[in-house]
Design a protein around this ligand. Structure first.
Ligand SMILES: Nc1ncnc2c1ncn2[C@@H]1O[C@H](COP(=O)(O)OP(=O)(O)OP(=O)(O)O)[C@@H](O)[C@H]1O
Ligand SMILES: [Mg+2]
Length: 295
């Protein structure tokens, strides 16, 4: 049975219990979304836990997670529903040749021939679900317009069948990497959550949660180095996901400290552009040697 989100603290603790360490605003917005029945638009750089937040909310509320991954060219047939043409054709072929068109039509536009896609599945669900509309900025503007209807009325109209209304209101999260500006109309309907790279202390907690075998001192050093690297002018700064990967790699390599040699050997786990590698090798090495790390 799905559980409710009763207070901001409960949300934060609940997320923590399923392995997601939420900041104050994350817990607050998630709580309000449940209470107000409004979708949340989560924006922020890559790898800061936008997608994971939806998954964690599903785990902590014991709701089913329904995910719609957006991409260029995503259309209603893949997001809402489509008719199962092959099955319809088969039915038409097996109908007696003298069956009237009216009769055939009634037959082939029934629920049995409907293929539900994520948005319809979320609306149809009898138990409340978490609906993750991931990377909405990758879909086209027309798709966004269509989505508005679903998100404001929580219903989908199918010309041949009628209107499907939500049985229970889903908790909706939309994520965006900001690859394009979203429409004001969409933003107006959503609560907004900006996720950024966390403070050292919280990132340390996250890293320790995902890589508990790494000695605390090394983990702290790792997070400090990552923060310092983020401060360099890079094409793609390392994300939380990369901090976690680095921690796991250092465990495997049995690293007991992070010095210039270790950094040089494992740098490609946290920076993934040719030019960024050069920048880090040049700048971070010097800082490590001089012990100039903040922290
Ligand atoms: N607050 C957090 N608590 C625990 N783990 C976290 C947290 N934030 C991020 N992570 C971890 O970081 C990794 C990346 O998170 P996620 O995939 O959600 O990023 P994202 O923001 O959706 O990135 P992208 O924009 O590239 O899709 C995941 O493995 C996740 O477990
Ligand atoms: Mg994501």
């Amino acid at each position: 049975m799905a559980s409710e989100l009763r207070s901001v603290d409960e949300v934060r603790d609940g997320l923590g219990a399923v392995g997601y360490l939420a900041g104050e605003s994350t817990a607050l917005v998630s709580f309000l979304a449940g209470k107000l029945g409004k979708p949340v638009l989560v924006e922020g750089p890559a790898g800061v836990g936008k997608t994971e937040l939806a998954k964690a909310l599903a785990r902590t509320t014991e709701r089913k997670l329904i995910r719609l991954q957006c991409y260029e060219g995503l259309d209603e047939a893949k997001a809402l529903y489509e008719w199962n043409y092959r099955k319809q054709l088969l039915r038409i072929q097996t109908e007696a040749t003298d069956a009237g068109w009216q009769k055939v039509q009634e037959d082939i536009f029934g629920e049995e021939f409907l293929l539900s896609r994520p948005l319809l599945r979320a609306i149809e669900a009898t138990e409340p679900v978490v609906l993750l509309i991931d990377e909405i900025d990758k879909a086209d503007q027309e798709f966004e317009a269509m989505l508005l209807e679903v998100l404001s009325d929580f219903q989908i109209s199918i010309p041949e069948l009628g209107v499907v209304e939500a049985q229970s209101r889903p908790l909706v999260l939309l994520t965006s990497n900001n690859s394009r500006e979203l429409t004001e109309a969409l933003k107006r309907r959503c609560l907004y959550l900006w996720l950024d790279y966390p403070e050292v202390e919280r990132e340390l907690e996250i890293v320790r949660l995902h890589a508990p075998e790494l000695p605390e001192a090394v983990a702290r050093r790792l997070v400090e180095v990552v923060h310092m690297v983020r401060g360099l002018d890079l094409k793609k700064p390392p994300s939380i996901a990369e901090s976690i990967d680095w921690a796991r790699a250092l465990i495997l390599l049995g690293a007991e400290e992070i010095d210039e040699a270790v950094l040089n050997r494992t740098m490609s786990i946290i920076v993934k552009h040719r030019t960024d590698l050069d920048v880090v090798a040049e700048r971070a090495g010097v800082k490590l040697r001089q012990g100039l790390l903040a922290g």
